[in-house]
Design a protein around this ligand. Structure first.
Ligand SMILES: C[S@@+](CC[C@H](N)C(=O)[O-])C[C@H]1O[C@@H](n2cnc3c(N)ncnc32)[C@H](O)[C@@H]1O
Length: 279
């Protein structure tokens, strides 16, 4: 990514979540901060919201956030009090956090965080006392160090959300981050999405992947890391995670997209999957 510039893909994902708030009924993800954060200029992006590709991506963006927030709620019910949003971008959980005992750490490139802070200021959205920003590049700084400087307690369990980030990383940075999480106390978990290896995709999926891949590369944030489900499973096992659950479009459709009058669903040309792993 271009040094010193806020992530463009973070903005695109936030636009899709905001579009979901006003174009889909019922919502998979209820996010009353999504629209105010983007401000009045957002409406021009709605023209394309009914196109099939836009609907497919929007459904996945909403579902993956909902899935991670559902896993987080389970972790909190089990006593977890620290939530780390890795590559947080314009994620809004911290500003609508319903759990009084939950501290939230947003980890991201400093430039992306500066851009977000200025959008929050312009929208008049207050920074909650439970939130700490952790400026960090996964490629150049150890996650454990960044979190320690931010007051994260390494003796306590934590839940990590890591959405829309893994395909942009090098394998070394991915492994270092997983290893850091795996060092934390039992009961710690991480939930993230990953992209399937392009060579394994069917021709229709490959076409969708090539389009997306070109768009993110043009935004200066090219995809570079892919896995098959089996490869991903071995990465997680090797890092020391004990329980691993993967959820692809079939499971997500069953969980969140049943019996909808508007037909919103996860497309059969899905390009990746979600994984949750517990220490
Ligand atoms: C597609 S956005 C996803 C943002 C957010 N997780 C969401 O779902 O809305 C990717 C995010 O990962 C961050 N990111 C990518 N590579 C990173 C790195 N090496 N270190 C820190 N953050 C990184 C970007 O700044 C951006 O916020």
């Amino acid at each position: 990514m271009e040094h010193g510039r806020a992530s463009k893909t973070a903005l695109r994902v936030a636009i899709r979540r905001a579009a979901h708030q006003i174009t889909d009924d019922p919502r998979i993800l209820n996010d009353p901060i999504a629209l105010p954060l983007l401000g009045p200029g957002f409406a021009r992006d709605l023209d394309r919201a009914s196109h099939k590709v836009a609907r497919d991506f929007r459904a996945f963006m909403a579902a993956r956030s909902r899935y991670v927030e559902d896993r987080l709620a389970e972790a909190v019910a089990a006593g977890v009090t620290q939530y780390v949003v890795l590559g947080a971008g314009l994620d809004t959980f911290a500003y609508r956090n319903p759990f009084p005992s939950l501290r939230v750490f947003e980890v991201d490139f400093p430039a992306t965080q500066e851009g977000k802070r200025s959008m929050l200021r312009e929208a008049g959205i207050a920074l909650p006392g439970s939130l700490t920003f952790v400026p960090l590049d996964f490629e150049h700084k150890a996650l454990a160090d960044g979190l320690a400087e931010a007051g994260f307690d390494h003796h306590k369990r934590a839940f990590f959300g890591w959405l829309g980030v893994v395909p942009y990383l090098t394998l070394d940075a991915f492994r270092a981050t997983l290893n850091a999480i795996a060092q934390l106390p039992a009961g710690t978990a991480v939930s993230f999405d990953y992209a399937y290896s392009p060579d394994t995709l069917s021709p229709p999926r490959r076409k969708v992947f090539d389009g997306l891949s070109q768009r993110v590369a043009a935004a200066g944030e090219p995809f570079q890391l892919f896995f098959t489900p089996e490869e991903l499973e071995s990465e997680l096992t090797r890092a020391g995670f004990h329980r691993i659950v993967q959820a692809g479009s079939e499971q997500l459709n069953q969980l969140y997209f049943q019996d909808r009058a508007d037909g919103l669903t996860l497309s059969s040309t899905d390009l990746g999957s979600l994984a949750t792993a517990w220490v």
